[in-house]
Design a protein around this ligand. Structure first.
Ligand code: FE2
Ligand code: FE2
Length: 267
């Protein structure tokens, strides 16, 4: 079965390219289940109820997130009402929301578990040990699903890389998010876990990680705080298709994509 995983969706450019690309990508790759990281889907900061509904309507089955999850105040009113919306499982106890979800493939009906975990290296905030918490949750999820997909949201490539190897043979895939910069180290690890350090951003690439480039350049030049505005140009879908054996949960293959509007014309 093919699982499509989508890197951090940034603002309206990210949502617009997703809307154009998903029908084509779903058809071409016979996608059975789709996971998208939505932590920046609302103007670069967090996500709203309407945007969650919009993304689910596009055929996304589960939404993961990360450090931007609480940016929009309204999230507190709905995070517990959408079971397909996750925040990292190792956020402090007492926070609302949940870190895992089990859904079913739209074609096969096969159970698919999604786990969202955050790295701690160069990440702000109190967090529990991502390795031990991911390990315990994978053991628990295995009772419900052979196919387990993990979004590790983190800054340090080493930490994400270690998580991939740590879960090798126990998760079907471990994909990194958060940096908004795609990496080309996608591969199936020795014991059958598909891995990529970062999918990259689904959003405007004529930018600095999704933000208007001139604002960020000024910030580096002057060291002064400034406003952040989502950029607009050169939107791309950053994603990977993972072929998983639904019986064993092992990955057979992972293919990465970074699709522009031009690419979609001949897709
Ligand atoms: Fe992000
Ligand atoms: Fe993030």
């Amino acid at each position: 079965m093919n699982v499509l995983v989508i890197g951090d969706v940034v603002g309206s450019p990210g949502r617009a390219i997703m809307k154009k690309a998903l029908p084509l990508v779903f058809r071409k790759h016979e996608v059975d289940y789709c996971i998208a990281n939505v932590e920046n889907a609302a103007g670069g900061f967090g996500v709203t109820k309407d945007i969650c509904d919009e993304i689910l309507d596009l055929g996304v089955d589960c939404m993961t997130s990360g450090n931007h999850i609480w940016d929009k105040r309204e999230i507190l009113g709905f995070v517990d009402l959408i079971p397909q919306l996750l925040r990292p499982i190792n956020y402090p106890q007492g926070q609302p929301g949940r870190g895992s979800h089990v859904g079913r493939g739209k074609r096969s009906g096969v159970p698919v578990a999604t786990l969202n975990v955050s790295g701690r290296v160069f990440m702000n905030g109190a967090m529990d040990d991502p390795f031990r918490m991911a390990s315990d949750e994978v053991d628990r999820l295995r009772k419900e699903a052979a196919v387990i997909i993990v979004d590790v949201h983190g800054e340090a490539s080493s930490e994400k890389n270690a998580m991939g190897h740590f879960l090798d043979g126990r998760a079907s895939a471990v994909f990194g998010t958060h940096t908004h910069v795609p990496t080309c180290d996608h591969r199936v690890l020795p014991k059958g876990t598909a891995y990529v350090t970062d999918l990259g951003m689904t959003g405007p690439y004529d930018s600095v990680i999704g933000v208007e480039k001139d604002l960020i350049i000024q910030r580096f030049l002057t060291g002064m705080p400034g406003r952040f505005e989502t950029a607009k140009g050169d939107a791309r879908l950053a994603a990977a298709v993972i072929d998983v054996d639904p019986e064993t949960g092992r990955a057979r293959r992972i293919d990465r994509m970074l699709l522009s509007e031009d690419d979609l014309k001949s897709y």
